[in-house]
Design a protein around this ligand. Structure first.
Ligand code: TYD
Length: 225
């Protein structure tokens, strides 16, 4: 160990070796995140990890209130900037209230969406300023970066077919058009190209079982579980 290293004081709580892991799932609507998160959380629990599953926006009392404003179909008058700030606000809350303390306690967290969603949806989908979004994401997450991000990628047409088969009420965000979804998918592509070590693209057109096995294998290998 170098002299300087031995004197380093770790002020960043998330740099502790006992820290848990943050795994995030990303993808356009209809990519099957919830199903795969369920599989991964069961597999990791079976291999002895304490897993906490969270969703964004949401996961805290304040975050759930923000979620209901964001997804309320009657809020057709919400401007894009308000939408962006609300997603960022919900994220800041969940990071400080839940994610950081749980990681410090050694827990593994699987989060359904995180900061990449804002870059893909509000940045590429809505075409808001990417530099502003990067600053807001930074403000909301601080040093709390995902250890690994699973991006479930599939063509927009396939996602739409799957959404059409689901029996559920549409929310405000579901009312977006195909061009918006294409741009959002392109956003994920750009993010994955920029950070290939963190973001793993998974072909979400393969069968549920094959995909679940591949995700579990990748997580085990990369995070040496
Ligand atoms: P999600 O709960 O993943 O939707 P579903 O379960 O219906 O797939 O996310 C809700 C919606 O919010 C989804 O359309 C994506 C959108 N969203 C953003 O636009 N920006 C964000 O930062 C986040 C977290 C979500």
């Amino acid at each position: 160990m170098l002299y300087n290293e031995s004197r380093t004081t770790h002020t960043d709580p998330l740099s502790s070796p006992a820290r848990g892991r943050l795994i995030t799932f990303e993808g356009i609507d209809g990519s099957g995140k919830s199903t795969q998160i369920d599989h991964l959380s069961r597999s990791l629990t079976a291999s002895g990890h304490q897993i906490m599953v969270l969703r964004e926006p949401g996961g805290t009392r304040i975050g759930e209130s923000i979620r209901s404003i964001l997804l309320d179909r009657s809020n057709t008058d919400m401007c894009m900037e308000a939408e962006l700030l609300l997603f960022a606000a919900a994220r800041a809350q969940i990071v400080q209230e839940v994610i950081v303390p749980e990681l410090e306690a050694g827990r593994w967290i699987i989060c359904d969406r995180f900061a990449d969603s804002t870059t893909a949806y509000q940045g590429y989908g809505r075409q808001l300023d990417l530099a502003v979004i990067a600053s807001l994401n930074q403000l909301a997450v601080g040093s709390c970066k995902p250890d690994m991000t699973i991006w479930l990628d599939l063509p927009v047409e396939t996602a739409l077919e799957r959404l059409a088969q689901r029996e559920r009420k549409q929310d405000r965000m579901d009312q977006e058009n195909i061009a918006f979804m294409e741009r959002t998918r392109e956003g994920y592509r750009q993010l994955a190209d920029a950070e290939p070590d963190r973001i793993v693209r998974m072909d979400a057109t393969q069968s549920e079982k094959e995909l679940a096995e591949m995700i579990y294998r990748t997580v085990r290998e990369d995070l040496s579980t």
